[in-house]
Design a protein around this ligand. Structure first.
Ligand SMILES: *Cc1c(COP(=O)(O)O)cnc(C)c1O
Length: 327
């Protein structure tokens, strides 16, 4: 694992490396509810290399299931399966071990996006045999906006895979500054250039508190918090016409809860004005992320209470219904 570049750039680097390692195959599999960059990067690679993009259409709340991946790779023509471990909208957890095994059975590689997993639940990349993974450090790892991302390449792939951006940080003798590119052995060949040093320092601080708190304890706290939120949803919000856009079983979800409402954008603005900072996710979801390092149960309670007040009084209707660019 190394910290480098943005999640999007790392998706491109690792997907290209995987496609180069499976040159005899012509298909990339991803799902229609994946995060935009994850879809667009695969679209771009498919267009540039004249490959087929095979879309999964998972249930919007349950997310991609193993059977759907089994079906998609069945023909033995898939080079790469690219999925998010925790869905950015639904928060659903994909079965990383079973999906990876299903892809491997048919000779495909798997690239996991861990942006919503890292810092919110334990992830066992080595144990499940994952090939490749990327993720950001500015959600549950608290590196701050724009902090550099991470990437993982399974040990046995590191020396034979190559990423397409041949920069001096990936060179065997970086300060030898040789006339041609000679990739470093191991994970260092997946580096490109100089990282943003100030943000990198913030990632270090975010990781320190995460490690100090302990991933198992953070996961336990997060599961209780999202269970509290779904219980309050049932009690207070369902009667007001909201729907739950997140799996009910805590084992099946990460650290956020999505609430579905036709006026979700106005509700998001009203919540921000009331001191609760959610995300609006197209077309109709208010996403409440619970960062377990610093968010308290009382914050989760207050957020749900304020949503109840706003929806019950209709106060959100005084906010504009047209979207802002950043939501
Ligand atoms: C947040 C997020 C990203 C962010 O990509 P950047 O290149 O760092 O902006 C990518 N993928 C997923 C699934 C995310 O949730």
């Amino acid at each position: 694992m190394v910290i480098a570049d943005s999640t999007t750039v790392n998706l491109y680097k690792l997907a290209a490396a995987a496609l180069d390692a499976r040159r005899d195959r012509r298909v990339i599999v991803t799902d229609v509810d994946n995060f935009p960059s994850d879809r667009y990067v695969m679209e771009g690679l498919a267009a540039a290399r004249d490959l087929e993009l095979r879309w999964l259409h998972p249930h919007p709340v349950r997310g991609p299931q193993t059977e759907e991946v089994v079906e998609a790779v069945r023909a033995g023509d898939v080079a790469l399966v690219s999925l998010s471990h925790v869905g950015f909208k639904s928060g659903a957890i994909a079965d990383m071990a079973a999906i990876t095994a299903a892809a491997h059975d048919q000779g495909a590689l798997v690239l996991w996006d861990l942006s919503h997993s890292a810092g919110s639940l334990p992830v066992e990349l080595d144990a499940v045999g994952a090939d490749l993974a990327v993720g950001c450090t500015y959600k549950y790892l608290n590196g701050g906006p724009g902090a550099p991302a991470f990437l993982y390449v399974r040990r046995e792939h590191q020396d034979h895979m190559r990423q397409p951006i041949w920069g001096w940080f990936g060179q065997r003798e970086q300060f030898g500054m040789g006339s041609t590119y000679d990739p470093a052995p191991g994970i260092e060949r997946f580096l490109v250039g100089t990282p943003p040093i100030l943000s990198l320092a913030a990632v270090g601080a975010g990781l320190d508190v995460t490690i100090e708190a302990g991933m198992d304890r953070l996961r336990a706290k997060s599961a209780v918090a999202t269970a509290l939120m779904t219980a309050l949803f049932d009690e207070w919000l369902h009667p007001l016409g909201l729907e739950l856009g997140t799996p009910r079983d805590p084992e099946q979800r990460g650290s956020h809860v999505s609430l579905v409402h036709p006026e979700a954008w106005q509700l998001t603005q009203a919540l921000q004005a009331a001191g609760v900072i959610p995300d609006f996710r197209e077309p109709d979801a208010v996403r409440l992320g619970f960062a377990p390092v610093y968010t308290r149960f009382t914050d989760a309670w207050d957020a749900m209470d304020r949503i109840r007040d706003i929806v019950a009084s209709g106060a959100h209707r005084s906010f504009p219904s047209h979207r802002a660019r950043v939501t």
